[in-house]
Ligand binder design. Sequence first.
Ligand code: DX5
Ligand code: ZN
Length: 228
Amino acid sequence: MIIAPSLLASDFSRFGKEAERAAKSGADWLHLDIMDGQFVPNISFGPAVVQAVRPHAKNMFFDVHLMCGQPEILLEPFVKAGADQLIVHVELGDKVPQLLWKIKSLGKKVGLAINPPTAITEMQPYLDKIDMLLVMTVNPGFGGQSFIHECLPKIQQAEAWRRERKLNYRIEVDGGINNQTAAECARAGADTFVAGTSLFGARSLKSAVTKMRKIVNGCDPGLADLLI
Ligand code: DX5
Ligand code: ZN
């Protein structure tokens, strides 16, 4: 089980210190949300910020989520900035195969995300080409939104495909994840949990990460049928 605090919910005036806090919290990954004001109605930060943050969390895995209409122009800059995984969106349609190939050829882990309104079947052609499948559990663009429960069956489907086809992509969830919704996602088959507000907003980031890890580790995916 991987816990990935999202820097989007940290104090923007002290990214370096916030990344250090995440690194010391026991979290495995740092999730970095890149918004271009086109694919989503918000702008966050770019490769220069990621590069500046990188030395503050040397041993963390940098999970870079590109909510961008033209990710092709950003892949190399984010690799240079220190990304370990690049996530693009399946909603980009015809561009997707080329983007996945390009990320792999840059030697980085390949992530593919799906928004709440998009059918999970859109992911089917790419299942054997990805290292991680990201089920968005809010409409992307802003932190602090409420978890959309209708997304849970998508996690179950992604988990069923992984089992049936003997694949080993991770299943990540992102948006409105707190201890309760993380547990629901874990029971449905998720193994990677992005959380912004619930972790960075906690009094102690370290205790919040420890608690979330304990909760998701105690969830049995076999109970998914009882849950949904
Ligand atoms: C939403 C982003 C998320 C965001 C989650 O567009 O992709 O990663 O940081 O924030 P919370 O956990 O506050 O919903
Ligand atoms: Zn994200």
